[in-house]
Write a protein that binds this ligand. Structure first.
Ligand SMILES: [Zn+2]
Length: 246
């Protein structure tokens, strides 16, 4: 009798233990149900937005390049169709060149023939360009035609103006409606570029729509902007912009 009750007690303890373990056991397949770990937030401080050598540098009418006569040290001519071969403006920074080459090759595979219209522009070139406008049209008009020296994204070597090989809508708002412009708007982010100046963001960027002007920022940022729907660097980083020069 004593043996029997000991056995019964042992059976109850084991049964209780089994039930306890069963209730507290979580099948591996359910571990993430409803509790997916939060996506690691994007590190907005990974690169500088003020260092002219940084792929995230923000240049606008409120933020001049520093130093004002900055020139990149690794300018190269990308292996893509060029509007004016041999010209200084057919250069871009090495990282931009590699991305352009990949993007142009992908476009070509889909029957889209792109050409580099203008890449790097030196401080000296921007001085002569801007001063030419000022002398002939006055400063107010000059400011609508050309960036002031030290304020052009082209001086970083990360910017490129793109046009069709056919030259249709060359540096013209209608480029956005060409097959090349439509392809660029839809695919540039895959190669680390953004369309820097859109009609919707004119008040933020300080520039009218330029569907031909792309800016290299790296695929991490271009993809983040694409997936979050944020259009401008100014909004993403909380940096001032606008049409008025500082
Ligand atoms: Zn441009």
């Amino acid at each position: 009798m004593k043996k029997r009750s000991t056995f019964a007690l042992l059976a109850i303890i084991i049964a209780g233990l089994v039930i306890f373990l069963w209730q507290n056991h979580t099948p591996a397949s359910e571990v993430n149900n409803g509790s997916t770990p939060p996506k690691q937030s994007f590190n907005k401080k990974q690169y500088s937005t003020t260092d002219p050598t940084s792929i995230w540098v923000v240049v606008n009418k409120q933020h001049q390049l520093n130093p004002v006569d900055y020139a990149p040290s690794d300018l190269v001519v990308p292996n893509i169709p060029l509007r004016v071969p041999g010209n200084e403006s057919m250069q871009v920074r090495k990282v931009t060149a590699t991305a352009l080459e990949q993007m142009f090759a992908a476009a070509k595979q889909q029957g889209i023939d792109l050409m580099l219209s203008s890449g790097y522009r030196s401080y000296a070139y921007q001085v002569s360009l801007y001063n030419g406008y000022v002398q002939t049209q006055g400063q107010a008009t000059a400011d609508t035609q050309s960036a002031r020296p030290g304020y052009s994204e082209h001086q970083t070597g990360f910017a490129a103006d793109i046009e069709p090989v056919s030259k249709e809508c060359e540096v013209d708002p209608c480029f956005g409606t060409t097959p090349e412009g439509i392809w660029l708007a839809a695919n540039a982010y895959k190669y680390g570029f953004i369309i820097r100046y859109t009609a919707a963001d004119q008040k933020i960027t300080g520039y009218e729509a330029e569907p031909w002007h792309i800016r290299y920022v790296g695929t991490a940022l271009s993809t983040e902007l694409h997936s979050t729907g944020v259009q401008t660097l100014e909004q993403f980083f909380g940096i001032s912009g606008g049409a008025v020069y500082k």
